[in-house]
Design a protein around this ligand. Structure first.
Ligand SMILES: *Cc1c(COP(=O)(O)O)cnc(C)c1O
Length: 357
């Protein structure tokens, strides 16, 4: 701690991301990246963007990217708000829409652990709503709370780190019954088999959907995410963004992200592989005695009745395999395993068989 730190900085409790090792011979199943390279069209678009363009600032509102994403979802460009990863979009969302004096926001007790970090950063009061015993989000638990003291609700769908998804109809109940709340659905993993709420955007002015190119489009290193919502709502995020950084999407990122949305065949192919491998991995883990939550994401959340998750984490590390463990008491017996290639998952199963026996 430095004497030069502000009092405020001393109070922060920052998010700790999963390990990004410098060692390259590890099987990395700890941060939900894609095991596949991005589309070759993405690399080509980035290469072309470098010629004479990098000396110029990019488009401040990323107009071409907004148009491309809008076209993909059949929405006008003004319904799209891009940022430097969806984490940055989340930060702007919390400050612009969630910070209401005397009101709380709601989030699940088990979900993306960055949400409470933003709450502390922006001094937003929040209430954690426990997941049901089967680790699902139960919409009626949110509707049972006193509506007047709440300004917003946010959750991932599918949820992280459980992988369990709500249906669009369930989420629509929240939008219908709580029009005075902002309902933010973080769809970081939606492409792996859950129902997206994007088709509800034209109908509900209190809905914001967040998506990222980091997982299903193999571009965690490019840092592009976006929010979708009605323009009036998103204008709040634009105001925060333009009070913080006018150019969050650099020229290479914009070119690559547009190309990713234009290569539908590659996207479907890689998603298909991840989903097939997920089904293989679930069966193989169950055969080893693991309990596996029903996943609609590119990871599975598993526990073993006879083995301590922390010890399994360490044993896998000794086999050069990284997975993720969370210390929250309710999920301390679980490991989150990202779906890798079929070969990586076979190696994981082989190592686990050795470790368990
Ligand atoms: C990975 C993840 C993000 C962040 O994605 P980036 O676009 O890489 O910042 C946001 N929300 C959830 C639930 C995630 O798992």
């Amino acid at each position: 701690m430095s004497a030069y730190w502000s009092d405020f900085v001393k109070t922060l409790d920052p998010y700790v991301p999963g390990e990004q090792p410098t060692q390259t011979d590890l099987i990395k199943l700890n941060t939900n990246e894609s095991p596949f390279a991005p589309s070759p069209a993405v690399l080509e678009a980035i290469r072309q963007a470098t010629a004479d363009q990098l000396r110029l600032y990019p488009s401040p509102e990323s107009d071409r990217l907004r148009t491309a994403v809008g076209k993909y979802y059949d929405l006008p460009a003004d319904h799209v708000f891009p940022g430097n990863g969806s984490d940055e979009v989340l930060a702007h969302l919390f400050l612009s829409l969630f910070r209401h004096q005397g009101k709380q926001i709601l989030l699940p007790d088990i979900s993306y652990s960055f949400y409470p970090v933003y709450c502390r950063l922006y001094d937003i009061d929040y209430q954690s709503v426990p997941l049901a015993d089967d680790f699902s989000i139960r919409i009626q638990d949110y509707l049972a709370l006193p509506a007047e003291s709440i300004s917003a609700v946010i959750f991932p769908n599918p949820n992280a780190p459980t992988g369990i998804a709500l249906t669009r109809a369930e989420i629509e109940q929240l939008l219908i019954q709580r029009p005075q709340w902002v309902v933010a659905v973080d769809e970081a993993y939606v492409d792996f088999g859950a129902e997206s709420c994007v088709p509800l955007i034209r109908k509900y002015k209190n809905l914001v959907v967040l998506q990222t190119l980091s997982k299903s489009r193999s571009l965690a290193g490019l840092r592009v995410g976006f929010a979708l919502g009605q323009p009036e709502l998103l204008e709040g995020l634009v105001r925060v963004k333009n009070s913080f950084n006018s150019y969050p999407i650099d020229r290479l990122a914009e070119a690559g992200a547009i190309a990713a949305f234009e290569d539908q065949a590659y996207f479907e192919h890689t998603i298909g592989q991840v989903v097939d491998t997920r089904e293989y991995l679930i069966e193989a883990l169950k055969k080893l005695g693991f309990e596996v939550l029903p996943s609609r994401a590119n990871f599975v959340f598993v526990s073993h009745p006879q083995h301590d998750a922390g010890q399994l984490l360490a044993a896998l590390r000794a086999h050069a395999i990284l997975v993720r463990h969370f210390s929250h008491p309710r999920i301390a017996s679980f490991l989150r395993v990202t779906i890798g290639t079929k070969k990586q998952c076979e190696t994981l199963i082989k190592s686990l068989s050795e470790i368990l026996s």
